[in-house]
Design a protein around this ligand. Structure first.
Ligand code: ADP
Length: 650
C-alpha cells in the first residue's frame, strides 16, 4: 500500500456534530475501560477483519470490487517520530456517507435503551460496556486524536479523511488514497507510548487476534550492517504475526482454554469468559464444524425480538453472515459462536437459507449439541448452571411454549433443564429433584402461577397441598403460562395447577360423607352466592382444600389461568373474563355465620355486599387484581367500623 498524501483540496473540510449518543459512548468508554486500555487494538483489528470479510463476501457476486488488488490483510505500523500508530486494511472501505453514519452515530439497535439504562445508574463496569461492543471509539482510550482515511471498494469511489479529537465534532474532507480500504491513525497520548513499541503490539496481536482469518502484519525495523555504532541504515518490512487459521478448524487437542476464551472475546466483544463451550465436527451427509459458547451474562437486549442471533455462518472458512437466523431457534438466541459448513454454496443468499435442507440439518445438530452442553453443565457444575439459569432461563423456557409439534420435540430435554422456585423455599429446583421428593399418595407435580413469589405464596389454593406436605412450584415468569401448556408432564407425572377445580386429592370416605352433609346444609348460601356473583362465577361448591381461608376461586377444566388471561388482556388481546368456580370452606366461621344469617334473615341488608367482599378478597389472595378497589376499601372500612363498635368481638 502506498503512502497517502496528506494534502486535500482547500475549502472542502466539512465539520459535523456527533450524535448525542456518541458523546455518551465516548465518555463511558473512557470512564469504564481505563484499566483495559489495550483492548482498543483488538477492536480495531476486528473492525478491519470484518471489513475484509464483507469485501470477500460481496466480491462473490461483484468480482469487480477486488480488481487490481486481491490482497486481503491488515497492516500495523508505528511512526515513532510522530508518535502515531497506523492500522490499515484492504477491506471494503467506506464512502463519505458511510463515514458520517458509521463513525458519527450509534447505530446499534437498542443502544438508546441501553444508554438510558446506564444513565439510570446501572453499574458502569467493563462487562456492561463489553456487551455493548465499544468498537471504534475505544481508539480514544489511547489516542487524543484519530484520523481515518478510507476509500470504498466500489469502483470510482473517492477517498475521504475523517478526523476528530473526541470533542463534540468531527471533520470530513476529500483526500487521496491509492487503493481501496481503510487506514486508522491514532495519535497516541503522551502516557501511552507503550503502544508504539513493536514488542507490545506483537504481544497484543498474538493474544487477542491470533485466530483472525486474515494475515495481520506488523512492520519491523532492522538495522543494516549489524548492530552498534556503524548501523545507520534501517530496513523496514512487514511480518505476519498471527496464525490466521480459523480456530474452529483446529483439532480440539491443539486449542487451549485460553485460546477458546480469547476467541470468544474476539467474536462477542464480551469481557467476561463464557460459562461453557462445545466444539464439534459433524460428519456424514452434512459436514460442518461448530464452536458454540454460552455467555456468563445476558446482553441488555436479550428480550428484543429484533435482536440478532449470535451464531456466525461460514462456508468453507469464508464468512457469510453474522446473524444467521436459521441456525438457532429463537429460544437459543443467547448462544454465540461459529458454524462452518462444507456443503452450502458460497454465494448462498438469505432467501436460499430459509428453506435449505442443509441448514435444517445443521440446526438440528446445533440444538442437540447445545442441549447436551447445558445438561452436562447442570450435572457437573450446578453453580455455573444456576448462573446460566438466572441469565437465560426465561429464554430457554420459550422452547417449551414455541417448539411443540415443530420439526422436533425437545419437551423432555427442556423439562429436565428448567428450574423453579418452590414452597420448599430452598431456591430453584429441577423437576427431577421435585419428582424424587414427591410424597406417597402425591399424584401430580403441583404448581401455582402469578406475578411474583410474594403474590402467590400466600394463595389459599396452596393450603390443602401444603397441609399434606406436598411441594408446590412457583411459576412467576409470564412465559411459564405458555411453557406449562407445552410441558404437560414430566417423569410420568402430570403438571397440575393448584388452581384447578378438580385437584386430584385423595379424600377419605368420611370426608366424602361430610362433604355431602355440608353441601346440603350450605345450600341456601351457595344459591345466594351464585345469584350475587352471577357475572363472575359459574359454580359455587363446598371444598376441603382450604384450612385457613374462607373461600377461593378455582378454574374449570380448559379455562385459562387468571394470570395468563390478565397478560393477554394487557397485550390488547381482548378476551372475555372466564367465569370461575367459587369454593367455600365449610369449617370457616365466616361461612358458618353467613350461612346461618341467610337462613335466619335472608333480607338482612348487607348479605350481598359481604358476598362481594368475599369474592374480592379471594381474588386478592391469589395475587389478582380486583375490578373496583375503591369500593372494596369502603366496604372493608365499614366492616371494621361494625367490628370496632362491638368490642366484645375483637
Ligand atoms: P461495530 O463494529 O460494533 O458496528 P464500530 O463503532 O466499531 O461498531 O464501527 C462502526 C461501523 O463503522 C462498523 O459497523 C463499520 O460499518 C464501520 N467500520 C469501522 N471500521 C471499519 C473499517 N476498518 N473498514 C470499514 N468499515 C469500518
Amino acid at each position: 500500500m502506498s503512502e497517502t498524501p496528506e494534502n486535500s483540496p482547500a475549502g472542502t473540510v466539512k465539520t459535523h456534530a456527533f450524535q448525542a449518543e456518541v458523546s455518551q459512548v465516548l465518555k463511558l468508554v473512557i470512564h469504564s475501560l481505563y484499566s483495559h486500555k489495550e483492548i482498543f487494538l483488538r477492536e480495531l483489528v476486528s473492525n478491519a477483519s470484518d471489513a475484509l470479510s464483507r469485501l470477500r463476501f460481496a466480491a462473490l457476486t461483484q468480482p469487480e470490487l477486488m480488481t487490481g488488488d486481491s490482497t486481503l490483510e491488515v497492516r500495523i505500523r508505528v511512526d515513532e517520530a510522530a508518535r502515531t500508530l497506523h492500522i490499515e486494511d484492504t477491506g471494503i472501505g467506506m464512502t463519505e456517507e458511510e463515514l458520517v453514519r458509521n463513525l458519527g452515530t450509534v447505530a446499534h439497535s437498542g443502544s438508546r435503551a441501553f444508554l438510558e439504562k446506564l444513565a439510570e445508574g446501572v453499574k458502569k463496569d467493563a462487562n456492561l460496556i463489553g456487551q455493548f461492543g465499544v468498537g471504534f471509539y475505544s481508539a480514544y482510550l489511547v489516542a487524543d486524536k484519530v484520523t481515518v482515511t478510507t476509500r470504498s471498494a466500489t469502483p470510482g469511489s473517492g477517498a475521504f479523511r475523517w478526523s476528530s479529537d473526541a470533542g463534540d465534532t468531527f471533520t470530513i474532507e476529500p483526500t487521496l488514497r491509492a487503493s481501496r480500504g481503510t487506514e486508522i491513525v491514532l495519535h497516541l497520548r503522551e502516557d501511552q507510548k507503550e503502544f508504539a513499541e513493536s514488542w507490545r503490539l506483537r504481544e497484543l496481536v498474538e493474544r487477542y487476534s491470533d485466530y483472525v482469518n486474515y494475515p495481520i502484519k506488523l512492520e519491523v525495523v532492522r538495522r543494516k550492517g549489524g548492530e552498534g555504532e556503524g548501523a545507520k541504515e534501517e530496513e523496514r518490512s512487514f511480518e505476519q504475526v498471527n496464525r490466521a487459521s480459523a480456530l474452529w478448524q483446529r483439532p480440539k487437542a491443539e486449542v487451549t482454554d485460553e485460546q477458546y476464551t480469547d476467541f470468544y472475546k474476539h467474536l462477542t466483544r464480551d469481557f467476561e469468559a463464557p460459562l461453557a463451550r462445545a466444539h464439534f465436527r459433524v460428519e456424514g451427509t452434512q459436514e460442518f464444524v461448530g464452536l458454540l459458547y454460552v455467555p456468563a451474562h445476558a446482553p441488555y437486549d436479550l428480550n428484543d425480538p429484533r435482536r440478532r442471533r449470535g451464531v456466525r455462518l461460514f462456508v468453507r472458512r469464508v464468512f457469510i453472515m453474522d446473524d444467521c437466523e436459521e441456525i438457532l431457534p429463537p429460544w437459543l438466541r443467547f448462544v454465540r459462536g461459529v458454524v462452518d459448513s462444507d456443503d452450502l454454496p458460497l454465494n448462498v443468499s438469505r432467501e436460499l437459507l430459509q428453506d435449505s435442507a442443509i441448514l435444517k440439518a445443521i440446526r438440528k445438530q446445533v440444538v442437540k449439541q447445545t442441549l447436551t452442553l447445558l445438561e452436562d453443565m447442570a450435572k457437573d457444575r450446578p453453580d455455573d448452571y444456576a448462573k446460566f439459569w438466572g441469565a437465560f432461563g426465561v429464554v430457554l423456557k420459550e422452547g417449551l411454549a414455541l417448539d411443540r409439534d415443530r420439526e422436533h420435540d425437545y419437551t423432555d430435554k427442556l423439562g429436565a433443564l428448567v428450574r423453579y422456585e418452590s414452597s420448599r423455599g430452598e431456591g430453584p429446583t429441577s423437576l427431577t429433584d421435585y419428582v424424587a421428593r414427591m410424597k406417597d399418595g402425591q399424584e401430580a407435580i403441583y404448581f401455582i402461577s402469578g406475578e411474583s413469589k410474594q403474590a402467590i405464596a400466600g394463595s389459599p389454593h396452596l393450603e390443602a397441598l401444603l397441609a399434606r406436605g406436598f411441594e408446590v412450584l412457583y411459576m412467576t415468569d409470564p412465559v411459564d403460562e405458555w411453557a406449562t401448556e407445552g410441558l404437560r408432564e414430566f417423569g410420568g407425572k402430570k403438571l397440575v395447577s393448584a388452581m384447578r377445580a378438580n385437584l386430584p386429592m385423595q379424600e377419605t370416605d368420611a370426608q366424602k360423607k361430610d362433604a355431602e352433609a355440608e353441601t346440603a346444609s350450605l345450600a341456601p348460601l351457595t344459591a345466594r352466592i351464585g345469584k350475587v356473583l352471577e357475572q363472575h362465577v359459574r359454580e359455587v361448591k363446598v371444598t376441603h382444600r382450604l384450612t385457613e381461608s374462607p373461600c377461593c376461586l378455582t378454574l374449570a377444566d380448559g379455562a385459562t389461568a387468571p394470570y395468563l388471561e390478565r397478560l393477554l388482556r394487557e397485550r390488547g388481546k381482548g378476551m372475555p373474563q372466564p367465569k370461575r368456580i367459587f369454593e367455600l370452606n365449610p369449617t370457616h366461621p365466616v361461612i358458618k355465620s353467613l350461612s346461618e344469617l341467610v337462613v335466619r334473615d335472608p333480607a338482612a341488608p348487607r348479605i350481598d355486599e359481604w358476598i362481594e367482599v368475599l369474592f374480592d378478597q379471594a381474588v386478592l389472595a391469589e395475587g389478582g387484581q380486583i375490578d373496583d378497589p375503591g369500593r372494596f376499601a369502603k366496604r372493608v372500612a365499614s366492616l371494621l367500623t361494625l367490628a370496632a363498635a362491638a368490642p366484645s368481638t375483637l
